[in-house]
Design a protein around this ligand. Structure first.
Ligand SMILES: [Zn+2]
Length: 145
């Protein structure tokens, strides 16, 4: 099913939520704050920021923090994702989790803000993560054994 594009009002709300979350990032090691906002299927917005620790294994990305925020409120489906950082799109782990709770055409908007410059990268999760490992892949493999 083809997703509708993000409405301008929702997009503005997502960008604002992601920017606010980015301002709350805890990143004393990388000094690379990231904010993310998830538009859930219900229309509600859930934000998250990256959080780091000196152990390095306890870190979490903004995207997964936002997804866990959504999940902890009982929602299970992602309609869209907006991230705000200096220059990046969601990492591999986050892409896998976005695909888990989204569809292959879930829109991903990455806003790069560096000083006074802004750049927008718009794509879908299937373009960022082709051949994703999904429940459908597992079920198909089980059916063949
Ligand atoms: Zn990530």
């Amino acid at each position: 099913m083809k997703k509708k594009p993000i409405e301008p009002r929702q997009r503005a709300e997502l960008v604002e939520a992601a920017k606010t979350a980015q301002s709350h990032a805890y990143c004393p090691y990388s000094h690379y704050p990231v904010g993310a906002a998830i538009l859930a299927e219900s229309g509600k917005v859930y934000a998250g920021c990256n959080v780091e620790s000196p152990t390095l294994i306890s870190n979490i990305c903004a995207e997964r923090a936002a997804i866990f925020h959504m999940l902890s409120h009982g929602e299970r489906r992602i309609a869209a994702v907006v991230t705000v950082s200096k220059a990046s799109e969601p990492c591999g782990s986050c892409r896998q989790l976005i695909r888990e709770f989204g569809d292959e055409d879930t829109p991903i908007v990455s806003l790069h803000v560096d000083g006074g410059k802004e750049k927008v990268v718009e794509t879908t999760i299937s373009k960022l993560l082709p051949h994703a490992h999904t429940i459908e892949v597992l079920e198909e493999a089980r059916g063949k054994s």
